[in-house]
Design a protein. Structure first.
Length: 112
């Protein structure tokens, strides 16, 4: 991946998707909105989707187990592992767990 690639976290997607959310808060939406989002994301030429293989799953599980002192979710650990693998430092997210793990969350930092 290129050095300027950015990992898109769900918090970042929701911040973009919900134009009425002036504070970039994660909120729940309807099934129709989620289906529309999924259709748009999978059809986009700007996004590259990476599937979680069994190897990625087991690596994330081991990372999760090693960091029981953190409040990271398993999904966070999957994201961190993928970012390490792809050599991506920046994440389009409001989730400060990314900063704790050594990445650069771009939302709420004034960098975007």
């Amino acid at each position: 991946m290129a050095a300027n690639d950015v990992f898109m976290d769900t918090a970042g997607f929701l911040a973009l998707w919900d134009a009425s959310d002036a504070h970039l808060l994660v909120v729940r939406h309807s099934h129709a909105a989620a289906a529309d989002f999924l259709k748009s994301a999978t059809a986009s030429e700007s996004l590259q989707l990476h599937w979680i293989t069994p190897d990625r799953f087991h690596a994330a599980a081991a990372f999760f187990a090693r960091h029981d002192e953190k409040e990271w979710s398993f999904t966070d650990c999957v994201s961190f592992g993928l970012m390490h693998e792809l050599n991506v430092r920046d994440s389009f997210t409001t989730d400060q767990h990314f900063r704790q793990a050594g990445f650069n969350p771009l939302l709420g930092t004034g960098r975007i």
